[in-house]
Design a protein. Structure first.
Length: 228
């Protein structure tokens, strides 16, 4: 059987900014760093294209972007789900992270013959600090930037409360190209990174695309142009 890419859903979490005391100001002794949890979701691949079951996943994280070159240096997540039927939504909580620290995540799958998939797209999140109450935000979805683009883009997702999110990309003919965000997101501002590829990791052809975001009961429509 040939292996297929495990496609990690594009995810991002609330960015927590902390301000250090001014020089010379008194500060209480530092407490032990708070631990945090990040939830990841992706679509299950098969062991032969989009058919069957992968044998297992290997999910890793690091405090720098993950590449093929540094994959073995990244930390392995021990608690990962057993692969479901191809096309099903996988979900896992990564625990024991340092609150306020940015992490990069990637996943690979292996089939029954021991063939490993390529590296998934790399998702990044700042581990939220559970001790900080969320500020008041207005629900919104930014336009992709830079735009027009020849490569990776980012979108900013802002939520007034924790709600269900679905952000997808469509071509001008209405065909769904890729899911960028799916599931429950916390209140606050999240960054969504996208490498401007489709679900099969193929670069998008030159043209116009539409990002459609359903954020709870709110709908947002954003345009993106890919140039040579």
């Amino acid at each position: 059987m040939r292996s297929t890419d495990a496609r990690l859903a594009a995810l991002a979490a609330a960015i927590i900014c902390t301000t250090a005391p001014a020089h010379g100001a008194w500060a209480a002794p530092a407490a032990a760093p708070a631990t945090s949890t990040v939830t990841l979701q992706w679509t299950a691949p098969g062991d032969d294209g989009q058919i069957g079951l992968a044998s297992r996943y290997e999910l890793r994280y690091a405090t720098e972007p993950i590449t093929r070159a540094n994959w073995n240096d990244a930390t392995i997540v021990n608690e990962v789900p057993h692969p479901q039927q191809a096309g099903k939504r996988e979900k896992v909580k990564v625990r024991g992270l340092s609150a306020g620290t940015q992490y990069w995540f990637a996943v690979r799958s292996v089939d029954e013959a021991g063939n490993w998939s390529q590296l998934s797209n790399v998702a990044y999140r700042t581990a939220p600090d559970p001790a900080l109450a969320p500020a008041q935000f207005t629900t919104s979805l930014s336009s992709p930037w830079p735009c027009p683009t020849r490569g990776p883009v980012r979108l900013e997702l802002t939520l007034s409360s924790a709600i269900d999110v679905d952000v997808e990309v469509f071509d001008i003919g209405g065909r769904r190209i890729k899911t960028l965000a799916l599931g429950d997101y916390p209140a606050g501002t999240s960054l969504i990174g996208w490498d401007s590829t489709d679900e099969q990791h193929r670069p998008l052809p030159i043209g116009t695309y539409f990002v459609i975001g359903r954020l709870g009961t709110h709908m947002f429509y954003r345009r993106m142009t890919v140039v040579p």
